[in-house]
Design a protein around this ligand. Structure first.
Ligand code: NAD
Ligand code: 2VS
Length: 464
């Protein structure tokens, strides 16, 4: 039974809830569910630790980040096993992306914080400079699709900036957070700096509304982001939101077609399409449309299958497959449930799917599906391609396939998205701003932008 982690100790409190293995549908673990008393206890522990942690020189906190990175390395196999048990992710992806990014997140923010310059301005007769103070206690609420990567993406900058945290992982994927709690204790992290509680959205709501929480960083659906905004509005708490997406790929006639196909296969089907950055709308120049579609349809049937996180999410994805048909789509690949003839048939798998022929105004093309599926449509001009890509209420990410450098710069700068990849996808420099516009989020994290969110500047001016 997974316990909460509060004040450096395991806390077995609250009724139990089950977590299912998405590969087989079987219960893989039981977890304690945080009730109001557990939430209050976690916030109090974070507050008690906040003063000393904030007073620690940033160089010492950076040293703690490096020790946590070493702890992740030491528990690497346990973290991989826990993540796969909860998500059914491929072993190779978990070992090369999900867990290594936890190490990279802590090491990157140790360096970014240690080297972060502060402002200072000298005018005749006056000197102004800034100092930064942490926010205090930060609520960290994260989703189920990249559980460890996203939790550590938030924890590293929040901690190194001097905050203490209360983390509420997704109810679907508590395992890697529980191992992380153990390695925090093994590293000797001061009690109360990191607190981890488990539960559903209701526990998350109790946490964000707690008067002892100073700020909220959240990654998840746009609807939940909106609910959290309402929860914290009365106390005007700072919020950082990484939300949903309906990301476009633009494939121009002058692209390297092999790379464009392989890159789009990656951006559509990685993690079973359960990545906020995944492509769900593909726009291809008409001159190569038929060839591109034919190649993408073949490759869609070859990708490694990954289960959806839950039976409910699988039903949601399948409902969009049915919707596509009802809206008149032509199915180029997939569209149903794979049959394995083994234990996986009781899991949460869907077929990787490619459809075409739908209106830009169809629900299929407007709403985030968050599965291994995309719609492909032709375009005739660069201006039309940009308008199609920008036609969404979301604005998180886009990919652009062209060998024309002028076009790459020109089009990338016109796209209403926080992130644009050219001839690649999900290549990451952790020092760059990360986040979306419109319904895809509020604010940016990444590099010093994370430190800017997790601390408040004071400008001090001295008369000379
Ligand atoms: N932009 C990004 O970086 C990013 C990354 C990953 C996932 N996402 C989005 O997340 C969604 C899928 O993940 P999900 O289903 O876990 O999202 P979700 O919004 O359902 O849940 C995310 C987290 O919020 C908690 N939560 C739910 N309701 C809450 C409330 N009222 N108050 C406080 N906490 C609450 C959940 O328990 C979970 O821990 C997709 O929409 C995807 O696009 C975005
Ligand atoms: O599903 C969304 C993925 C978000 C990825 C990151 O926040 C990152 O790579 O830092």
């Amino acid at each position: 039974m997974l316990t909460h982690f509060i004040g450096g100790q395991p806390v077995a409190a609250g009724k139990a809830f089950p977590v299912h293995d998405p590969v087989t549908g079987a219960v893989v673990r039981q977890v304690h569910e945080a009730d109001p008393e557990v939430v209050d206890r976690a916030v109090r522990a974070a507050r008690e630790a906040a003063r000393d942690w904030a007073a620690m020189p940033v160089g010492e906190r950076a040293g703690w980040m490096r020790r946590l990175a070493e702890g992740i390395e030491a528990r690497f196999d346990d973290l991989v096993a826990a993540e796969i048990a909860d998500t059914g992710k491929p072993l190779d992806q978990t070992r090369t992306l999900d867990i290594p990014r936890g190490i990279a997140n802590f090491r990157a923010f140790a360096e970014i914080a240690a080297q972060r310059p502060e402002d200072a301005f000298h005018l005749s007769g006056m000197l102004s400079y800034t100092v930064r103070r942490p926010l205090g206690v930060v609520a960290v609420i994260v989703p189920w699709n990249l559980p460890f990567l996203l939790m550590t993406w938030k924890l590293a900058p929040a901690l190194v900036a001097g905050n203490t945290v209360v983390v509420k992982p997704s109810e679907q994927t508590p395992g890697s957070a529980a191992v992380f709690a153990e390695l925090c204790a093994e590293a000797g992290l001061p009690p109360g700096v990191v607190n981890i509680i488990f539960g559903y959205g209701s526990a998350g709501q109790l946490l964000v509304e707690h008067p002892g929480v100073n700020a909220v960083t959240f990654t998840g659906s746009t609807g939940t982001g909106s609910a959290i905004m309402k929860s914290v509005a009365d106390r005007v708490k700072p919020i950082s939101f990484e939300l949903g997406g309906k990301n476009a790929a633009l494939v121009f006639e002058d692209c390297d077609l092999d790379k464009a196909v392989e890159g789009t296969v990656k951006s559509v089907f990685t993690n079973g399409g359960q990545v906020c950055l995944c492509t769900e709308r593909v726009y291809v120049h008409r001159s190569i449309f038929e060839d591109f579609c034919a190649r993408l349809a073949v490759r869609a049937q070859e990708v490694e299958l990954q289960p959806m996180i839950s039976a409910e999410h699988r039903e949601k994805v399948l409902s969009y497959y049915a919707l596509a048909r009802s809206e008149g789509a032509k199915v180029l690949a997939g569209g149903s449930v794979p049959v394995f003839g083994d234990h996986r048939d009781s899991g949460y798998f869907v077929e990787p799917t490619v459809v075409t022929g739908l209106s830009e105004w169809s629900r299929f093309n407007r709403e985030e599906i968050f599965g291994p599926v995309c719609h492909v449509a032709p375009f005739d001009s660069e201006a039309e391609a940009v308008d199609l890509a920008n036609g969404s209420e979301y604005g998180l990410a886009a990919t652009l396939w062209t060998t024309n450098l002028d076009r790459a710069h020109r089009v990338a700068q016109r796209l209403e998205a926080g992130l644009v990849w050219v001839n690649t996808w999900y290549l990451r420099d952790l020092r760059t701003p990360f986040g979306g516009v419109k319904l895809s989020g509020i604010g940016r994290e990444g590099g010093t932008r994370s430190l800017d969110f997790y601390s408040e500047p004071t400008t001090i001016t001295i008369k000379l």
